[in-house]
Design a protein around this ligand. Structure first.
Ligand SMILES: Cc1cc2nc3c(=O)[nH]c(=O)nc-3n(C[C@H](O)[C@H](O)[C@H](O)COP(=O)(O)OP(=O)(O)OC[C@H]3O[C@@H](n4cnc5c(N)ncnc54)[C@H](O)[C@@H]3O)c2cc1C
Length: 333
């Protein structure tokens, strides 16, 4: 690990005064330190080598609040375990609780934060090994994964420059839940829908989000769900715990009799960003909850997939994941 300066600003203003050199798109730039479960790993691997670390663990961003409209306001420093086990989250936003609890291990979830989870890095082996070229690490250097090891990598939103998957479970649930991300900088506060927050790689895979240099995530806002709706998260992976998703689905559904009144769907493990499935929603909303309709919607969504040799199995896996999720969610709503 390379030597770095360490600073722990006592409040947000002091932090924002010192955060000018933080640019998530540039390796070697300064970094915020939250739980450290991604950042410190990558520093030990010499993939990240910030000159300065700004420790944000002392900031008062560790509250989970319910809003008067019935939604949630989650501080960026809320630990993953606290969010997953919060009684309101467990009952009203089951998909979010289930997604977090199916990620990592209890020890990591105790440490990891909401802001850090939103910005966790891909698990692509070429990204995580400093010896390999990678367009995310060094723009223009190439993507060895395309011809190499890519079994776990993305089939949606890929480009000739990058096929790395966004590995987060929490982000998939937050995407289906129509969440918004509040961001602060010395210029003020702005809020971005999570569907607009992540970027597909295109020819600039090192730019993963719309965050600008110096900006910090302060809160995540989750709107209230329609009365009587049900949400759930299904994760398919090589082993039952401590493993990233090969395919996953977060579904929010409200039924009226046999008809689907309201539906939101996002998928994980298959996309270069948490994958909101709006075409599935518009095909199903207002219609009957029936398996043939689910299969048609899954076929339509996955017809956009661009699988490679080793990850072609994800197309069928993702379809089955989605159809199963839709069948159980509509039956339970
Ligand atoms: C062994 C292992 C297994 C895992 N398995 C899973 C899994 O199955 N599913 C899953 O979803 N995740 C998994 N994870 C990832 C884990 O969820 C993330 O490491 C964690 O959520 C990151 O949070 P953190 O607070 O530790 O982030 P940090 O490591 O502190 O930060 C990560 C990045 O976010 C930036 N950052 C942090 N907070 C902010 C903020 N408020 N504003 C702006 N930038 C910020 C940091 O500068 C850094 O670049 C696993 C991790 C490990 C180590």
């Amino acid at each position: 690990m390379k030597a770095f300066d360490y600073l722990k600003p006592s409040n947000l203003d002091a932090l924002l005064n010192a955060s000018g050199n933080i640019d998530q798109a540039q390796l070697g730039g300064d970094r915020f330190l939250a739980g450290g479960t991604t950042l410190i790993d990558l520093m030990k691997l010499q993939v990240e080598y910030p000159a300065k670390i700004l420790d944000i663990t002392g900031l008062p961003l560790d509250k989970i609040e319910t809003t008067k409209e019935g939604g949630l306001k989650i501080g960026a420093m809320v630990r993953n375990s606290d969010l997953a086990n919060h009684p309101f989250v467990k009952t009203q936003y089951a998909a979010l609780s289930e997604a977090i609890l199916q990620g990592a291990s209890a020890q990591i979830r105790n440490r990891a934060t909401t802001g850090g989870n939103l910005l966790q890095k891909t698990r692509c082996v070429y990204y995580r090994d400093e010896a390999f070229d990678c367009n995310k690490k060094k723009p223009g250097s190439g993507c060895p994964a395309i011809e190499g090891e890519h079994r776990n990598l993305a089939i949606m939103g890929t480009s000739d420059h990058c096929i790395a998957t966004n590995p987060s479970d929490m982000n998939v649930a937050l995407t289906a839940l129509d969440s918004k991300i509040e961001i602060q900088s010395p210029q003020g506060t702005r809020t971005v829908a999570i569907t607009e927050f992540y970027k597909v790689p295109g020819d600039t895979p090192h730019i993963e989000t719309v965050l600008q240099p110096g900006e910090i995530i302060t809160y995540v806002h989750v709107p209230p769900l329609p009365a009587g709706s049900h949400s759930q998260y299904l994760k398919l992976r090589d082993r039952a715990s401590y493993e990233f998703a090969l395919a996953s689905a977060a579904v929010v559904v409200q039924m009226r009799g046999s008809k689907i009144q309201f539906i939101r769907v996002a998928m994980g493990g298959i996309g270069t960003k948490p994958w909101r499935a709006q075409e599935v929603e518009s095909m199903l909303e207002g219609g009957d909850a029936d398996r043939t309709a689910f299969e048609k919607a899954a076929d339509k969504l996955l017809s956009q997939a661009k699988p490679l040799k080793e990850n072609a199995f994800k197309v069928e896996l993702a379809k089955r994941c989605l159809v199963h999720s839709l069948s159980t969610a509509t039956a339970l709503s």
